[in-house]
Design a protein around this ligand. Structure first.
Ligand code: HEC
Ligand code: HEC
Ligand code: HEC
Ligand code: HEC
Ligand code: HEC
Ligand code: HEC
Ligand code: HEC
Ligand code: HEC
Ligand code: HEC
Ligand code: HEC
Length: 302
C-alpha cells in the first residue's frame, strides 16, 4: 500500500503537467490548413502513436503544452513556434526525439550548431518543397544559399557533378556533424562524412582506393584524399590540387638528396636518381603508377 502511494505521489507532477496539454483535435479546429497536410508528414507517426507519453503529444510534442494559447493566440510566449528561437532551444526541441539518430554525428559540436545554424534553417516541418527529409529547399539550393564559394568550385572544368545532379553534398558531408575519419580532420574538420565506420566518404564510391594495401601511401589515411585532390572541383585533370604534379609530390618528398630517410612517418626524400630537370621525371605517376597503394611493390611501381 505504502509503495502504491509513493508511486502515486511520483506520478502527480507528471499528471499536472499532462493537464496543460490540449489535444490535436483542438489544434485542428483553428489550424485546419496545417492539419490537412499533416497526414503526409513523417511526424504523423507521433500523432497516431498509441502511447501519449511526455514526448508524444502530437502537435504539442513540438509546440509545447497549448492550454493557454487559444485564450489569446497573439501572445507568442504561450506557444513555441520553435523557428526563430535561440539556437539552443531549437536543438533542444528537435533533439528531444532525434538525439538517438545522431549518435554518430557529434551534432551539438558541429560547425553548423556552433555557428547557430540549426534544424529549422535547413528543415521546414509544415511547408517543405522537397520530396524527402522535410528540407526547407531542394538540397543543392539549400546548401548553396549559404555556401557560395562551393557553387563556384562545382563550376570548374573538372568537378564532381553536383550541379548536374549526379552527386549531392551529403554524399560527402554530414551537415549534422561528424567524428573525423582522418587525422587531418582532427585539425581541420569540415563535416566530412565517414563511410564503413572509419574511412573517408570518398571510398564509399571509389572503393578501389580503400585498401587495405600491403604497401600503403600514408597520406591516404593521415591527410586524407585532400592531400592531393580538390574534392569539389579543380582546373586540373583528376581534380588534382596542382597543375604540375611533381610540385605536389615535392611538398612532402623534398628533393634534398643525401638527407637520408626521414624519421617515423616522415616522407622519404626522393633520390638523386630523379633528374627533376628532365621532363620524363616530372610526371611521377608514369613510374609510381599505384600512387594510392600497392599490394606488390613498396614504391608503388606496379
Ligand atoms: C482558438 C483557435 C486556436 C486554437 C485552438 C489553436 N490555435 Fe494556434 N493559433 C491561432 C491563431 C489565430 C494564431 C495566429 C496568431 C498570430 O499570428 O498572431 C495561432 C498561431 C499558432 C502558432 C504560431 C505562433 C507564433 O509564434 O507565430 C503555433 C505554433 C500554433 N498556433 C500552434 C497551435 C497548436 C499546437 C494548437 C493546439 C494545441 C493550436 N495552435 C491551437 C489559433 C488557435
Ligand atoms: C516535428 C515538430 C512539429 C510538429 C509535430 C508540429 N509542428 Fe507546427 N511547426 C513546427 C515548426 C518547426 C514550425 C516553424 C515553421 C516550419 O518549420 O514550418 C511550426 C509552425 C507552426 C505554425 C505556425 C505557422 C507557420 O507556418 O509558421 C502552426 C500554426 C503550427 N505549426 C501548427 C501545428 C499543428 C496544428 C500541428 C499538429 C498537426 C503541428 N504544428 C505539429 C514544428 C512542428
Ligand atoms: C515527438 C518526437 C519528435 C520531435 C520533437 C521531432 N521529431 Fe522529427 N521525427 C519524429 C518521428 C517519429 C519521425 C519519423 C521517423 C521514422 O519514420 O522512422 C521523424 C522524422 C523526421 C525527419 C525525416 C523526415 C522524412 O521524410 O524522413 C526530419 C527531417 C525530422 N523529423 C526533423 C525534425 C525537426 C527539424 C524537429 C524539430 C523542429 C523534429 N523533427 C522534432 C519524431 C519527432
Ligand atoms: C545545414 C543543414 C541541416 C541542419 C542544420 C540540420 N539538417 Fe537534418 N538534414 C539535412 C539534409 C540535407 C538532410 C538529407 C540528408 C540526405 O539526403 O541524406 C537531412 C536529414 C535529416 C533527417 C533524416 C535522415 C537522417 O539522417 O536521419 C533527420 C531526422 C534530420 N535531418 C533531423 C534534423 C534535426 C533534428 C536537426 C537539428 C538538431 C537537423 N536535422 C539539422 C540538413 C540539415
Ligand atoms: C543557413 C546557412 C547555412 C546553410 C543552409 C548551410 N550551411 Fe554549412 N555552414 C554555415 C555556417 C555559418 C558555417 C560555419 C562557418 C563556416 O565555416 O563557413 C557552415 C559550415 C559548413 C561546413 C564546414 C566548413 C568548415 O569551415 O568547417 C560544411 C562542410 C558545410 N557547412 C556544408 C553544408 C552543406 C553540405 C549544407 C547543405 C546540406 C550546408 N552547409 C547548409 C551555414 C550554412
Ligand atoms: C566529393 C565529395 C564532396 C562533395 C560532393 C561536396 N563536398 Fe564539400 N568538401 C569535401 C571535402 C573532402 C572537404 C574538405 C576539404 C579540405 O579540408 O581541404 C570539403 C569542404 C567543404 C567546405 C569547407 C571549405 C573550406 O575551404 O573550408 C564547405 C563549405 C563545403 N565543403 C560545402 C559543400 C557544399 C555546399 C556541397 C554541395 C553543393 C559540397 N561541399 C559537396 C567533399 C565534398
Ligand atoms: C557518391 C559517389 C562519390 C563520392 C562519395 C566521391 N566520388 Fe569522386 N567521383 C564520383 C563519380 C561518379 C566520378 C566520375 C566523374 C563525373 O562524375 O563526371 C568521380 C570522379 C572523381 C575523380 C576524377 C576521376 C577522373 O578520372 O577524372 C576524383 C579524383 C575523385 N572523384 C575523387 C574523389 C574524392 C577525393 C572524394 C572524397 C572527397 C570523392 N571522389 C567522393 C563519385 C563519387
Ligand atoms: C599522394 C597523393 C594522392 C592521394 C593522397 C590521393 N590521390 Fe587520387 N590520385 C593521385 C594522382 C597523382 C592521380 C592521377 C593518376 C594518374 O593520372 O594516373 C590520382 C587519381 C585519382 C582518381 C582517378 C584515376 C583512378 O585511379 O581512378 C581517383 C578516382 C582518385 N585519385 C581518388 C582518390 C581517393 C578517393 C583518394 C582518397 C582515398 C585519393 N585519390 C587520394 C594522387 C593522390
Ligand atoms: C602529404 C604528404 C605526401 C604527399 C603529397 C605525397 N607523399 Fe609519398 N609518401 C609520404 C609518406 C609519409 C611516405 C612514407 C615514407 C616512409 O615510409 O618512409 C610516402 C611514401 C612514398 C613512396 C614510397 C617510398 C618508400 O620508400 O616507401 C613513394 C614512391 C611516394 N611516396 C611517391 C609519391 C608521389 C609520386 C607523390 C605525388 C603524386 C607523393 N608521394 C605525394 C607522404 C606524401
Ligand atoms: C622514370 C621513372 C620514375 C619517375 C618518373 C619517378 N620515379 Fe621515383 N623512383 C623511381 C625508381 C626506379 C625508384 C627507386 C630507385 C631509387 O630510389 O633511386 C624511385 C624511388 C622513389 C622514392 C623512394 C626513395 C627511397 O629510396 O626511399 C620516392 C619517394 C620517389 N621515387 C618519388 C618520386 C617523385 C616525387 C617523382 C616525381 C617528381 C618520381 N618519384 C618520379 C622511378 C621513378
Amino acid at each position: 500500500m505504502r509503495i502504491f502511494l509513493l508511486f502515486l505521489t511520483a506520478l502527480a507532477p507528471l499528471a499536472a503537467q499532462q493537464t496543460r496539454y490540449l489535444s490535436d483535435a483542438v489544434c485542428q479546429t483553428c489550424h485546419p490548413d496545417i492539419w490537412e497536410k499533416f497526414n503526409r508528414n513523417a511526424h504523423f507517426k507521433i500523432i497516431v502513436s498509441p502511447k501519449p507519453v511526455q514526448k508524444t503529444f502530437g502537435c504539442e510534442s513540438c509546440h509545447g503544452p497549448g492550454i493557454d494559447h487559444p485564450k489569446d493566440p497573439r501572445i507568442k510566449a504561450n506557444i513555441n513556434r520553435i523557428e526563430g528561437r535561440a539556437a539552443n532551444q531549437v536543438l533542444d526541441a528537435c533533439l528531444a526525439c532525434h538525439a538517438k539518430d545522431f549518435t554518430r554525428s557529434n551534432i551539438r559540436r558541429s560547425a553548423h550548431s556552433t555557428n547557430d545554424v540549426v534544424c529549422t534553417n535547413c528543415h521546414s516541418i509544415h511547408a517543405s518543397p522537397a520530396p524527402k527529409y522535410l528540407l526547407a529547399k531542394q538540397q543543392k539550393e539549400l546548401c548553396y544559399s549559404c555556401h557560395l564559394e562551393a557553387k563556384a568550385q562545382f563550376n570548374m572544368p573538372f568537378r564532381h557533378r553536383v550541379n548536374e545532379g549526379a552527386i549531392v553534398c551529403t554524399d560527402c558531408h554530414n551537415p549534422h556533424g561528424t567524428f573525423n575519419p582522418t587525422w587531418r580532420g582532427g585539425a581541420r574538420p569540415r563535416l566530412v562524412a565517414d563511410s564503413f565506420g572509419n574511412d573517408e566518404a570518398c571510398v564509399k564510391c571509389h572503393t578501389d582506393k580503400r585498401g587495405p594495401f600491403v604497401y600503403e601511401h600514408p597520406p591516404m589515411r593521415i591527410e586524407g584524399c585532400e592531400a592531393c585532390h580538390s574534392p569539389h572541383g579543380s582546373t586540373n585533370p583528376r581534380l588534382l590540387k596542382r597543375p604540375a604534379l611533381f610540385t605536389m609530390c615535392l611538398e612532402c618528398h623534398t628533393d634534398v638528396a643525401g638527407f637520408g630517410r626521414g624519421g617515423f612517418g616522415e616522407p622519404a626524400p626522393i633520390t638523386s636518381f630523379h633528374r627533376l630537370e628532365q621532363p620524363k621525371f616530372q610526371n611521377c605517376v608514369t613510374c609510381h603508377v599505384r600512387i594510392h597503394g600497392s599490394n606488390t611493390n613498396r614504391l608503388f611501381q606496379r
